[in-house]
Design a protein. Structure first.
Length: 117
């Protein structure tokens, strides 16, 4: 009987914990994906810089820089969208959890403890 009450009362907290952990996992995965992408861009950039042997090589390297900048900007835009989606999913999930809790308890039977000092 006591365990049933505890299970009922802990369920919203368990769902919130699951939501937070899933969000953290998705954010970490997104960060690692971004890191690998930026490292690949850096590796390509380094390879091109190391291949410079003469003025023509410098000219070609500098000519490729606008393309590199565009790639970085595109990747940053994709990252922003992905992190915005993660944040939006968390916000929606948390809103649903809290709304379900308030709707389940519309009278607000929570009573703060009286100050005994």
């Amino acid at each position: 009987m006591v365990t049933d009450t505890f299970t009922l009362s802990s369920e919203p907290l368990n769902r919130l914990n699951r939501l937070v952990m899933d969000t953290c996992q998705r954010a970490a995965d997104a960060q690692m994906t971004s890191l690998y992408s930026y490292m690949a861009l850096l590796e390509d950039q380094t390879r091109e810089a190391a291949a410079i042997r003469n003025f023509k090589g410098i000219k070609g390297f500098l000519g490729n820089q606008p393309t590199r900048v565009k790639q970085v900007i595109t990747r940053m835009s994709e990252d922003r969208k992905q992190f915005s989606e993660i944040a939006e999913n968390f916000r929606n999930g948390a809103f649903e959890l809290f709304r379900a809790r308030v709707v389940a308890n519309p009278e607000g039977t929570y009573q703060p403890k009286a100050d005994v000092s």
